[in-house]
Design a protein around this ligand. Structure first.
Ligand code: GLA
Length: 728
């Protein structure tokens, strides 16, 4: 009897294992995997939250394997391709076990898989952020085979979708035209978003996407999955629509010329893929990512960002201490909080007076700045501001002492092939730990010798073209792409550990480093070298689909600026820069006295409203990409007590119509007072300025904003009136 009981017990356990269901969940979303009777793990669901998963494995709505591998029958895009140590290329992954725990609002799940025949292991790690509805995934690959194993593909995430049609939104452009939105309906075949530049990887295409199921993505309707890879190197996100109308997504490092070998016991960890699902359109998906980033993936995401004046567009390489002090005087007068000295302050044997020389020689240029950096810091502090400085530590000009002393540190093609130059510079080999120490040391020296430096602008102005490393073994040259990015990340990590609180900006020829990996170690990014406010409307619109406004550095420059030559009013320039982390980038002396007065009041105003912009939720109301000539957004504090509305006209519109705006995200049951801010003219742009209006009306009854000419703008504060009810 007892024997029968034991047998039955084990049968029961066995049945349990076969019927394993793994439920990864956030407040509003569920990602479910089921283990089949044979021990294969399949994705059963990614979408709205399932209150109960009972029976999900029975309906066998398997969409795809959790981590499709090459060599087990599939001809589709796969997540992993391996050449095992015995030379075989078949990999067939089976469920071993999984564990799950929930703490501090994050559910962590690890699913352990193993190859059917060989000691080759894949751990899939998921972190589900409960309140933010974000799921982060990465993968750890290891083995205990006899020799080395070669990885030819290793995705961070594999997800499958089942819908009637698929609409992909992605963000691309060029230098000074980053993050422009492209939307397309996917047809059968593979569409991939990728880069093969190694460094400065987000300048032309960003590692992020919006996938809308069954209908084109709209702000407030439809099922969308928004995703982004947290990686500073080459990436590839591919979407394959097959004959069954299934869409298989595989995202991670781009394996282009990047085969990677690992020895027994070594763990290969992929970057994180960040995902959010939302059943009511794109806007909420963006809000999910912004909230998640501020809390978990941005340095000091809960700290107010100071207003910066950066010297670049005001002085370029052409300055001395007197010119900088004159700029500091003007900055302080306008209310700026940090003065940042950009490129051109270093190099003696080869002074950095243009982009042709000096890069790599991080000693203060004695001719331009004979009294050194501390003298400038003293002056900035006397003016009530803090001091920041520009560096481009991954790079070197051939005309520099660094290139003379350490030619072996440069990424280069062997056999004396001519180096290919971009902006007259070359890249240092961050795969080499000595170079990592050198790069770390540049910032470490600056911050320890000048402990009052409060801000570092970290630039990177070229990508990898002279592929080759003198550090890596000949049979490991293909590791360079990945080891470079890992080396860079380790330097960022060390600096953050040692210098918490120092503000870091990720810049890379403008928006070449806008990704969730660099963001983890920095406070903000430079969205684009194009500071023309008309262009910025489009760039910031795309950027803020994925990345939060608090981290989006937006500077007011002179008009016409150096990129487009377009004339714009100072008000328009401020109103567009208000949309992110406001800064300035001009020579204050170039402003007329009344412009200085205007800038002063605009900066004062931004200081009042920045908590709403930096910590509020961003709602996109009218897109500049639509052709009606207007764009509008509003930001709302999480408790809905205050909102800032911004409306822009960006083109001639034939009928001279007014913008008709419906706000979003307010409390329907509350009353709000709406007041125009930052006025350049006496007449307000709405007929109900300073009036009390219900949240319901502001959101549902379109109201007119009187912008008659192109490149005009209006900004409003919308503040909850307490103690009064909206009922009639
Ligand atoms: C890059 C940056 C600019 C500026 C220059 C300096 O282009 O994007 O903001 O710092 O380098 O050389």
């Amino acid at each position: 009897m007892q024997k029968i009981f034991i047998v039955l017990f084990f049968l029961f356990i066995g049945a349990q294992i076969n019927a394993q269901v793994i439920h990864i969940e956030t407040k509003n979303t569920s990602l479910v995997f089921s283990v089949s009777k044979k021990g294969k793990v399949y994705q059963s669901h990614y979408g709205g939250h399932l209150k109960s998963i009972k029976g999900i494995e029975k309906i066998q709505s398997y969409i795809s394997e959790i981590y499709p591998s090459f060599g087990n029958g599939s001809s589709d895009e796969v997540a992993v391709i391996v050449t095992h140590s015995d030379g075989t290329m078949a990999t067939d992954l089976f469920y071993q076990s999984h564990e799950q725990k929930l703490s501090d609002g994050v559910q962590e799940t690890v699913v352990h898989l193993k190859d059917k025949k060989l000691p080759f292991f894949v751990d899939l790690c998921f972190r589900a952020y409960q309140e933010e509805n974000v799921i982060e995934q990465n993968v750890v690959i290891s083995h205990q085979e006899k020799g080395e194993v070669r990885l030819d593909q290793f995705a961070s995430s594999a997800l499958a979708f089942k819908a009637e049609s698929y609409y992909l939104t992605h963000f691309n452009g060029s230098w000074a035209r980053e993050m422009h939105i492209s939307e397309e309906k996917l047809s059968n075949g593979v569409k991939s978003i990728e880069t093969r530049r190694g460094v400065r990887t987000t300048e032309y295409e960003n590692p992020s996407f919006v996938m809308a199921l069954n209908q084109a993505a709209s702000e407030d309707n439809g099922e969308v999955i928004m995703g982004a890879l947290a990686w500073m190197g080459n990436y590839k996100l591919s979407f394959q629509v097959d004959d069954q109308e299934r869409c298989q997504f595989i995202g991670g490092i781009n394996l282009f010329a990047s085969a990677y070998t690992i020895s027994a016991g070594e763990k290969f960890e992929t970057p994180r893929m960040i995902l959010t699902y939302n059943s009511s359109g794109k806007n909420q998906a963006s809000i999910n990512l912004h909230r998640w980033a501020r809390k978990y993936n941005l340095q000091d995401g809960n700290a107010i960002r100071p207003i910066v004046l950066n010297s670049w567009e005001g002085a370029y390489f052409n300055f001395d201490a007197a010119r900088l002090k004159e700029m500091m005087d003007g900055a302080a007068e306008m209310g700026v909080e940090i003065f940042v000295l950009d490129d051109g302050w270093f190099g003696n044997k080869y002074p950095r007076n243009s982009d042709k020389a000096g890069l790599g020689d991080w000693q203060v240029n004695r001719k331009k700045l004979p009294a050194g950096i501390d003298n400038l810091i003293d002056y900035t502090e006397r003016k009530g501001m803090k001091f920041g400085i520009w560096v481009e530590p991954e790079m070197v000009n051939p005309k520099s002492e660094l290139a003379e002393n350490h030619p072996e540190w440069i990424i280069q093609r062997k056999n004396n092939r001519e180096p290919i130059l971009t902006r007259n510079q070359l890249l240092l080999d961050l795969a080499n730990p000595k170079v990592q120490d050198f790069v770390f040391g540049i910032i470490d020296n600056l911050l320890s010798e000048h402990s009052r430096i409060a801000y570092i602008k970290w630039d990177a102005n070229r990508h990898i073209q002279n592929f080759g490393s003198t550090f890596l073994d000949d049979d490991k040259q293909s590791h360079l792409w990945i080891d470079y990015s890992r080396g860079l990340e380790s330097v960022f990590f060390r600096l953050q550990e040692k210098y918490p609180g120092i503000i870091f900006q990720a810049c890379s020829s403008g928006g070449g480093r806008v990704d969730f990996s660099s963001m983890k170690y920095t406070h903000e990014f430079w969205a684009s070298d194009d500071t023309d406010p008309y262009e910025r409307l489009f760039i910031q619109w795309g950027t803020n689909h994925i990345y939060p406004p608090i981290a989006t550095a937006a500077h007011v420059t002179k008009s016409p600026n150096h990129q487009t030559g377009r004339e714009t009013s100072l008000k328009f320039r401020f109103d567009v820069a208000f949309g992110g982390r406001l800064g300035m980038e001009l020579r204050p002396d170039d402003l007329e006295p009344e412009q200085v007065d205007y800038a002063k009041s605009a900066i004062k105003l931004y200081k009042e409203i920045r908590p709403v912009i930096q910590f509020g939720d961003l709602y996109r109301l009218q897109s500049p990409y639509d052709s009606d000539g207007f764009a509008s957004i509003n930001y709302v504090l999480p408790d809905k007590s205050e909102a800032i509305l911004m409306v822009y006209s960006h083109e001639f519109h034939r009928r001279m119509e007014r913008a008709v705006v419906k706000m979003k995200g307010l409390d329907e049951d509350a009353l709000y007072k709406i007041t125009e801010l930052n006025k350049a003219a006496k007449r307000p742009h709405i007929v109900f300025d300073n009036q009390i209006i219900s949240g319901s009306v502001l959101m549902n009854t379109g109201f007119k904003v009187n912008l008659k000419k192109p490149l005009e703008s209006a900004v409003f504060k919308v503040e909850k009136v307490t103690g009064e009810s909206s009922a009639n």
